[in-house]
Design a protein around this ligand. Structure first.
Ligand SMILES: [Fe+2]
Ligand SMILES: [Fe+2]
Length: 287
């Protein structure tokens, strides 16, 4: 590895430069994990942060959860959606904290992948569907981190290999010797997120490397490929690899099932696109 690679790796792996999770979010996440904490206490804490409450309400009313326009308060959101989903929403709000305006395409990709993961989980009756949707929202967090850390250099570095028939992960490995899935998994573990999220984030392009959360990882892998194939959100024009054979096996997929899922997804994406527009104008009222 030459000096340039060494410098990049140092920058990427410097924990001091890792985006921090805001204090309120850390507190809420620990409270949600504790069964003894009352709904009242959690909703009080969320409500004390205006930006966070606004974002959570917006997401709770999104097409994913089936109650569009019906969730008016944080306590209603907690009762209607449950604490696991709220925890997912708090984490999602964390993405908003980190994403700059230039990464909106990545945010749409995250929303699209979560939508696809939800549809796949429903079709296959997967347990832990809420956690899988959250992991789907966060699956490309490594791309956000690489963009934040390397700035324009990230795109510049990759532009040289863009036209080769290789995937984004392969391009990253070629120029950085590390890829966004590895960085994402590493960051998720550094933040102390549960393994239900860390493993699928780290293995979403290499399903065969997953262990305990094979089903969740396979769902996110398939969701990611379906959403990129659909052209929704920022795909970065990289070569889209076919679904990994391991994912076909784990989920017992068939061509007709994929077709059925794709059809449901296409209908849902129309709603998601409108929701994403709404969120973007609410986040950037003057742009
Ligand atoms: Fe990815
Ligand atoms: Fe992705």
């Amino acid at each position: 590895m030459d000096n340039k690679h060494n410098t990049f790796l140092k920058v990427i792996k410097d924990v001091r430069c890792l985006p921090t999770i805001p204090g309120t979010i850390v507190k809420i996440l620990s409270l949600v994990g504790d069964n003894k904490t009352s709904f009242k206490e959690i909703s009080k804490l969320i409500s004390s942060d205006q930006t966070l409450s606004a974002r959570i309400l917006r997401l709770a009313n999104s097409p994913f959860y089936g109650f569009p326009g019906q969730v008016a308060t944080i306590s209603t959101a907690m009762v209607m959606l449950g604490t696991k989903t709220i925890k997912g929403l708090v984490l999602t709000s964390m993405i908003f904290e980190m994403i700059d305006k230039n990464s909106l395409g990545l945010w749409e990709h995250a929303l699209g992948t979560a939508t696809a993961a939800n549809i796949i989980s429903k079709h296959l009756k997967v347990a832990k569907a809420e956690e899988t949707a959250t992991a789907a929202l966060l699956h490309d967090i490594g791309r956000v981190i690489l963009k934040t850390k390397l700035g324009d250099q990230y795109e510049n570095l990759l532009s040289g290999v863009k036209n080769k028939e290789i995937s984004l992960k392969e391009a990253e490995r070629e120029v950085l010797e590390v890829d966004h899935a590895e960085i994402g998994g590493w960051a998720a573990r550094a933040w102390g997120l549960p393994e239900t999220l860390c493993e699928p984030i780290a293995c979403h392009h290499d399903v065969e490397k997953s262990g305990t959360y094979r089903t969740e990882t396979a769902v996110i892998h398939v969701a990611d490929i379906l959403i990129r194939t659909s052209g929704f959100g920022n795909t970065g024009n990289y070569f889209i690899p076919p679904i990994h054979p391991e994912a076909w096996n784990i989920l017992d997929l068939s061509a007709p099932l994929i077709e059925e899922i794709t059809e449901t997804l296409e209908h849902k994406l129309v709603e998601v696109a409108a929701f994403s527009q709404e969120i973007q104008s609410a986040e950037n009222p003057h742009s």
